[in-house]
Structure formats: structure tokens, C-alpha cells
Write a protein that binds this ligand. Structure first.
Ligand SMILES: Cc1cc2nc3c(=O)[nH]c(=O)nc-3n(C[C@H](O)[C@H](O)[C@H](O)COP(=O)(O)O)c2cc1C
Length: 227
């Protein structure tokens, strides 16, 4: 028998699943766009930060596993310029293995509070050692210890085992000793071939403006897509 206090599976989350929010208020016109997608992205990222979006540089990274199955997870964007979008990770992780097999990715910035999303598709390359070192050196000591102790995406025999590895690294590298960047840890850059700027509009008649180019050396073209 069902407890009267617990919602039945049919109604759990129903309010959230059936709500209709109207995304009105703002628009995105062709004439508003910056000449390049990274400049347009920088404008929207600044706005997302100014308007209080939580972790505005968080993006959902989509990759293709060696088995052909799609994968996604959130990472933080740590740089954007005309070359592309940069993030840092353990290259021996699941995503690292996927990117070795298929060096292509999608990035999705979900700025729901602004009724906006940006979706990037591109080809992926390694960030060079000097740039990876510079970012590694900017990280807090504790984050460097954790990244050194953790073999990202590998199974571990419980939280205690993980914490014991962190303690061992912390003993090797007390606060005043710099933690060297593990060879397996570094950056990736996604050089875009497609960047979509999506602005929610009233009655689901949204604005979708897409920069695309066949290859990263080609010029950009812009087109509007139906919502
Ligand atoms: C807000 C947020 C930010 C994250 N940032 C990063 C990041 O910059 N780099 C990273 O390796 N993992 C980051 N993670 C953890 C990843 O989502 C993921 O769990 C981890 O990278 C392992 O993914 P994989 O097994 O697919 O390789 C973040 C998670 C969240 C929720």
C-alpha cells in the first residue's frame, strides 16, 4: 500500500514537469551580433556574470566515446579567444579517452535565468604545456593536491581510500612546496566550426542565430534558424 505522505510516482515532480514559463522580454537581431562568435560570446558571458548567473563559465561538454556512445558532463571554461574555448582536466579521464578517439566536442552554456543558451561545436586540440602550466600554477594548493591524488574517472575503494591518497600527497607537498602539474593533467581547446546564440522569446518563437564555417580556417557566415 502507498503511504499517504509520499507522492506517488505519477505526481512526483508534476508541477515542475507541466509548468509553462514564457521567455519574453529580450531579442537577438542580426544587427546586434558582434562580427565574430568569440566576441559575441564574450558580450553574453559578461552579461551573464553581471546579471548574477551562477557559475556563468560552466558548460556542458559533449564528447563521443571510443565505443561511439555520446557522453556529457560539466566543465568550467577557462579561456575564450579567436582560437577557441579552453577547459582543463585530467587527460586520462573518460572524457580524455573520448577526445583521443574522436577529437571533436560540443559545449553548451545553459544560462536559463537569462533565457539564453550558447551551443558550440568544434574540433579539439591540446593546450600547450606552457599554457597548461600557467593555469595549473594559478590554482589553489588544495585543488592541485586533489588533482594529483585523483585518477579521474577510475574506480576507488571508498571515500577513505581517496582521502588517504590526498593526505599522502599533502605530506609530500606541504603548503609552501609547489605541486608539480601531473603529466596527465592539462587543457583542451575547442576550435569552433559552429556557434549558436539562442535567445528565448515569447510563445516559444525564439531567436536562433548561428555562426558557422566548414573548417576553422574558413570565414564565418551567419544564418537564422526557425525556433
Ligand atoms: C560546475 C561543475 C564544474 C566542473 N568543472 C570541471 C572542470 O573544469 N574540469 C573537470 O575535469 N571536471 C569538472 N567537473 C566535473 C565533471 O563534470 C566530471 O565529473 C569529471 O570531469 C569527470 O568526467 P568524465 O568521467 O566524463 O571524464 C565539474 C563539475 C561541475 C558540476
Amino acid at each position: 500500500m502507498r503511504s499517504s505522505r509520499r507522492p506517488s510516482p505519477e505526481v512526483a515532480g508534476e508541477e515542475a514537469l507541466t509548468r509553462h514559463t514564457d521567455y519574453g522580454g529580450e531579442r537577438l537581431e542580426e544587427g546586434d551580433l558582434a562580427p565574430t562568435p568569440h566576441e559575441q560570446f564574450a558580450r553574453w558571458l559578461d552579461e551573464a556574470a553581471r546579471r548574477g548567473v551562477y557559475e556563468p563559465n560552466a558548460m556542458v561538454l559533449g564528447t563521443i566515446g571510443a565505443d561511439g556512445v555520446p557522453q556529457s558532463r560539466t566543465v568550467l571554461c577557462r579561456g575564450v579567444d579567436e582560437r577557441g574555448f579552453v577547459f582543463y582536466t585530467d587527460r586520462s579521464s573518460r572524457k580524455g579517452r573520448a577526445l583521443s578517439a574522436h577529437p571533436v566536442a560540443t559545449l553548451l552554456f545553459p544560462w536559463y535565468a537569462l533565457h539564453r543558451q550558447v551551443i558550440v561545436t568544434g574540433v579539439v586540440d591540446l593546450v600547450d604545456d606552457a599554457e597548461s602550466d600557467a593555469y595549473w600554477d594559478s590554482r589553489p594548493h588544495g585543488s592541485r593536491i586533489a588533482a594529483t591524488a585523483s585518477r579521474q574517472s577510475q574506480p576507488v575503494d571508498g571515500r577513505d581510500a581517496l582521502e588517504a591518497r590526498v593526505r599522502a600527497e599533502a605530506e609530500r607537498y606541504p603548503a609552501e612546496i609547489p605541486v608539480p602539474r601531473p603529466e596527465r593533467w592539462g587543457g583542451y581547446r575547442v576550435a569552433p566550426t559552429r556557434v549558436e546564440f539562442w535567445q528565448g522569446r515569447t510563445s516559444r518563437l525564439h531567436d536562433r542565430l548561428v555562426f558557422s564555417r566548414p573548417a576553422v580556417t574558413d570565414p564565418w557566415r551567419v544564418e537564422r534558424l526557425q525556433p
